[in-house]
Design a protein around this ligand. Structure first.
Ligand code: S3P
Length: 180
């Protein structure tokens, strides 16, 4: 897709949606913000919407209701987003683990997988306490093994794969535009 095709001047005018997937800390939110600023695309940050609607943080949702409850909210939100246009959808890291979710995200737009090395992930998230799966697990072995266990599903869901290590958000944004 040419750069001009994603440049938007009004509210949600672009029919081409981007769906960002990837492990925690691969930069989905940063890249979404970049597309919002540069191309006026609406950002749908799944975690943020779920937390707002439930009136509690993702960690609290996990603690009170368990992971499956949270996963069901993710699936319901994806289904709800089908009619949106001109958006960049930033999916929580676990979203592509469900086959149903992958089918839904493919209907929404081009699926872009962001990747990063475990060391980069740890560096980016060392001060973060909002990810229940990483709390008390911030070590290279845990991150590598969770990443390895998810890799096949991430790659199967992706239309495009972008490695983010050592790249600026502009470089990542441009690479996405070249490849979509
Ligand atoms: C999760 C990733 C998080 C959030 C939740 C679970 C995961 O989103 O949905 O903590 O299973 O990988 P980010 O990928 O935006 O951090």
């Amino acid at each position: 897709m040419a750069q001009a095709d994603v440049y938007t001047t009004g509210h949600s005018p672009n029919p081409c949606n981007l769906v960002l997937i990837g492990f925690m800390g691969t930069g989905k939110s940063t890249v979404s913000d970049y597309f919002h600023t540069q191309y006026n695309m609406d950002v749908i940050e799944m975690d943020q919407i779920i937390a707002q609607r439930e009136g509690m943080s993702i960690t609290e949702i996990f603690n009170r209701y368990g992971e499956e409850y949270f996963r069901d909210l993710e699936t319901a939100l994806l289904i709800e987003m089908q009619s949106r246009k001109g958006v960049i959808l930033s999916c929580g890291g676990g979203v592509p683990m469900r086959e149903r979710n992958v089918a839904e995200m493919k209907k929404i737009g081009r699926v872009i997988l962001l990747t990063a090395d475990p060391q980069t992930i740890l560096e980016r998230l060392k001060e973060d306490h909002s990810r229940p799966l990483l709390e008390n697990n911030k070590n290279i072995d845990f991150v590598r093994s969770l990443m390895d266990s998810r890799r096949a599903k991430y790659e199967a869901a992706a239309d495009i794969i972008i490695h983010t290590d050592g790249k600026t958000v502009e470089e990542i944004g441009n690479e996405i535009l070249e490849k979509v």
